[in-house]
Design a protein around this ligand. Structure first.
Ligand code: FUL
Length: 639
């Protein structure tokens, strides 16, 4: 009798267990998967975003001319790298954790780094490899060899070609693009910058050409070509359509960052470009942000920037503010005159990567199944957020746009990073969330020091170290049911800070020749000489007379523009004269432009043949905006 009872209970329990596991593994009948919430990315946009960090290379005649924007008249003979080595570039990128590289095949000066059949203004005319080299090929091959992706930047603006501005140029531009897209294998992206039209050499015409930035280049034709020959490539421009500019050249996205734009609204030259950091919350087109920034102040190599390579700390901060804010990071390397990435830059980038790897090393949430206040069904269980599988996600029921996940860490655990991902193939949804930690016997809100609004492909938050035994994420609001595919947490030990091992060469600078600015009161003038980039001297005039109080020999002017996020009074073009006592111009000693100063207001240097004079006159002949004032963080004169 006893035996029978036992058998009954045993059988009964086995049935129950089988029943439970059947229920647990089979999707509940009638519960449909989460519907995509428009706009959603194309598969290639998801693949692109998973690349996270990739390199940019600016290299060309500007490298040898110490310029940011070549005028289009430089002699190709100056392109003479002594030790060019694309494999050294790519090895640096691989060691820096990067997944691809974009090369400036042609920058605004029109010089082509491949032997194009459409112009002679290319490496064919340079001494490098006696004109028989092909830099695009060498880099594409190196990428294949080391297993990273390849892409090109083809500047639409061309300051060399005489026919720039006419329909003939548009044909030329598309022919060159076709050449690049059909001869060098797969590209992951095609990069079109927003600087378009303006003054240039233009075959010797030396004039100013304005074009209709929206329509002139016939971009629909570009998309048709790519669909045919490079369907996996995505197009970068201010407004996409593949990915968008983030609205600054400093390498960060907004804490709130939607991967959407309102279709047709953003085009090159879009006046409200600052909003590109955040995207359009109500947008109807998927155009995620790409953060482009140079490891040095300039995009091209300048020897005087060898001591201004971004620090590991700065680069690490940028990673969190780009990849950690639902964007990608496109980090530029200005290849030097030997044709290699300078050792300071390569060491810095590799050390930066080691720093990130050490900060995000041990995921303390790995394998912990959190408790959820709502789950759509067992198929979309919260176990999916810690299972290391990109394509499984936790989802809430239709109509449920807020829910909480609680991780039980079992014992007090140190934490200062939280990483979350939404399953973006179904759209970007989360609008607001908060984080709480169970610490010292109570729940406390974790202060991450920035908006906790959007998540998107990836959001990484940094916060002061806490010791928590439980972690709770409150999803407060979303555009639709939640779809979260990954959550990780880390402790980045402060003592793990890795220092680069390179020796930094510090360029010794002679102090400025003392001067007074006529008509500018002393308190204001001092802001331009106090070596403090945060103070800006504002001058209500476009002409400034400098008085050295005695005759001085001068051969260089340095100008650091206003460094505010929204700078005032950026000078775009200038003329510098020796002047008479009453400030009238005498001899023109220098004239030119401060290239790319609008998007990248870095320190500018003007070198000229030494002149001996007591008075100099600087005329701002063109301003970036309609400012009535000039804003100067610092300026100086040197022998
Ligand atoms: C800008 C250009 O004007 C700069 O020279 C640089 O190439 C940067 C990445 O894009 O539009």
């Amino acid at each position: 009798m006893k035996k029978n009872k036992l058998t009954f209970w045993l059988l009964f329990s086995v049935c129950l267990l089988i029943g439970e596991s059947v229920i647990a593994s089979a999707p509940e009948k009638g519960i449909l998967p989460v519907q995509p919430l428009l706009p959603v990315p194309e598969k290639k946009q998801v693949d692109w975003q998973k690349m996270e960090t990739y390199a940019f290379v600016h290299f060309g005649l500007n490298t040898f001319n110490n310029q940011e924007w070549g005028y289009g008249d430089a002699d190709p003979k100056i392109f003479d790298p002594s030790n060019l080595d694309c494999e050294q570039w790519v090895q640096t990128f691989v060691k820096s954790g990067m997944t691809g590289v974009i090369l400036t095949a042609k920058h605004h000066d029109g010089f082509c780094l491949w032997p194009t059949q459409y112009t002679d203004y290319s490496i064919k005319q340079s001494p490098w490899k006696e004109g028989k080299g092909d830099l695009v090929r060498e880099l594409a091959d190196a990428c294949k060899k080391y297993g990273i992706k390849f892409a090109v930047y083809l500047s639409p603006w061309d300051r060399h070609q005489a026919f720039y501005g006419t329909p003939e140029y548009v044909e030329y531009f598309h022919n060159q693009l076709a050449e690049l897209m059909t001869n060098y294998g797969e590209v992951f992206e095609v990069w079109f910058d927003g600087a378009n039209g303006g003054d240039g050499w233009y075959g010797g015409a030396k004039d100013t050409r304005s074009i209709d930035r929206k329509n002139y280049y016939d971009y629909p034709r570009v998309y048709r070509l790519l669909d045919e020959v490079q369907p996996q490539a995505i197009v970068f421009s201010d407004g996409g359509p593949g990915c968008r500019w983030v609205g600054n050249e400093n390498g960060y996205a907004g804490a709130t960052n939607w991967s959407f734009l309102r279709k047709g609204e953003v085009y090159p030259g879009y006046a409200n470009y600052r909003e590109l950091q955040y995207g359009h919350a109500d947008g109807n087109q998927w155009v995620a942000a790409e953060c482009d920034v140079s490891i040095r102040p300039g995009w091209f190599y300048h020897p005087n920037e060898d001591d201004r390579v971004k620090t590991v700390e700065h680069l690490t901060d940028l990673y969190y503010k780009s990849v950690g804010r639902n964007a990608t990071l496109l980090l530029n390397f200005p290849v030097d005159r030997t044709g290699r990435i300078h050792p300071i830059d390569s060491t810095r980038a590799v050390t930066w990567h080691q720093q990130l790897v050490s900060e995000l090393k041990t995921n303390v949430l790995k394998g912990i199944v959190p408790q959820a206040t709502n789950s759509r069904s067992s198929e979309w269980s919260p176990a999916n957020v810690s299972d290391d599988n990109y394509d499984t996600y936790w989802a809430t029921a239709d109509g449920v746009t807020s829910a909480t996940l609680t991780f039980n860490l079992k014992r007090p655990t140190l934490l200062n990073r939280l990483l979350m991902q939404e399953y973006i193939p179904l759209g970007q949804r989360v609008k607001a969330f908060s984080i709480e930690a169970y610490s010292n016997g109570q729940w406390q809100t974790v202060n991450v020091g920035e908006e906790t609004t959007t998540i998107g492909y990836k959001r990484i938050l940094r916060f002061p170290t806490i010791e928590a035994s439980q972690l709770r994420i409150n999803f407060i609001d979303a555009r639709g049911p939640l779809t979260i595919n990954n959550i990780e947490a880390y402790y980045a030990a402060p003592d793990k800070k890795i220092e680069p091992k390179e020796r930094t060469t510090v360029v010794a600078r002679t102090p400025s020749i003392p001067y007074q600015m006529r008509g500018v009161n002393q308190a204001e003038a001092q802001k331009a000489t106090d070596n403090d980039p945060t103070t800006t001297c504002l001058i209500k005039n476009k002409k400034i007379v400098f008085d050295f109080k005695q005759s001085e020999t001068v051969s260089m002017l340095t100008y650091l523009p206003d460094q505010e996020e929204y700078p005032t009074g950026l000078i775009s073009s200038y003329e510098l004269y020796t002047a008479s006592k009453n400030g009238k111009p005498e001899k023109l000693i220098a004239k030119g432009e401060f290239s790319n100063i609008k998007n990248n207001p870095i320190a500018q240097e003007v070198h000229f043949a030494p002149v001996t004079a007591r008075y100099l006159l600087l005329k701002a002949t063109r301003m970036v905006a309609d400012d009535t004032r000039i804003g100067i963080a610092e300026w100086s004169f040197r022998k």
